[in-house]
Design a protein around this ligand. Structure first.
Ligand code: NI
Length: 250
């Protein structure tokens, strides 16, 4: 049994969501957590968690939305997170990949959502790209825990996040030939890892370059099992337990 702790499921990318969910079940993906991180996908995600019993959500405004996210959006977000199947806030964070001119605005949006997480004791799903130090400094201001989505940093950075109570979200990148992520996974072991696809992006080998699906989680688990030298069943068992604990899933 697996949990895909982070994917994006939208009609924009998938014509037949019923089929996606059916194939997840056939491939041992017991639960998925969809990340709604724009105004439209938050609404879409809330509809999906109503419709499917094994689908949960994290919602929150992605740093790429910083220029169009209003105070009204954040007031509505506070209401939307009251839904019992919303199990966290995210993906939220900082992204300086295309420039850091608006970094103060990004940090402000990040802080407002961290305040909500602290207030409602919800875990956060963190998007951090080319912004490690500011992400760590900002997170340290709040009593929150969560998941560093699509972790791709150094072992040193991994250890800092883990010491702050965060899990590392590991996905398709670990299967890429040019990735050094295996060194981090090997060194930290399974206790602080949760599995994610980030579908429709970051498709694992052998499907790299094509559209991603939650049903590919076993390919990520297989690679991790080789790295840590444990069975795929053990990888499934421990990462599922980690995810259930972090997101308080029953
Ligand atoms: Ni994502």
């Amino acid at each position: 049994m697996y949990i895909d702790t982070h994917c994006h499921l939208s009609l924009e990318d998938y014509d037949d969501i019923d089929l996606v969910i059916k194939e997840n079940r056939e491939n041992g993906i017991d639960k998925i957590i969809i990340s709604g991180c724009t105004r439209d996908t938050i609404c879409e995600t809330l509809e999906l968690i109503d419709k499917y019993s094994d689908v949960y959500a994290t919602i929150g405004y992605h740093p790429s939305e910083v220029d169009i996210t209003t105070n009204e959006d954040l007031i509505l977000l506070e209401k939307q997170i009251q839904n019992k199947k919303v199990v966290g806030i995210g993906e939220i964070g900082l992204d300086y990949h295309y420039g850091s001119d608006n970094k103060n605005k990004q940090i402000e949006l990040f802080r407002k959502q961290l305040e909500l997480a602290e207030k409602y004791k919800l875990p956060v799903v963190i998007h951090s790209r080319d912004a490690t130090q500011d992400t760590i400094n900002t997170l340290k201001e709040y009593k929150v825990i969560g998941d560093i989505h699509c972790f791709s940093g150094s072992l040193e950075t991994a250890k800092i996040y883990i010491s702050m109570g965060y899990k590392l979200g590991i996905g398709g990148v670990v299967t890429f030939k040019n990735s050094n992520l295996y060194k981090v996974v090997e060194a930290i072991g399974l206790e602080n890892i949760i599995l994610e696809t980030d579908a429709p992006y970051l498709t694992p080998e052998p499907f790299r370059g094509k559209k991603n699906y939650s049903k590919y989680i076993p390919y990520i688990a297989k690679k991790i099992s080789e790295i840590v030298n444990l069975s795929e069943e053990k990888v499934a068992e421990i990462t599922t337990k980690n995810a259930m604990g972090l997101f308080d899933l029953k």
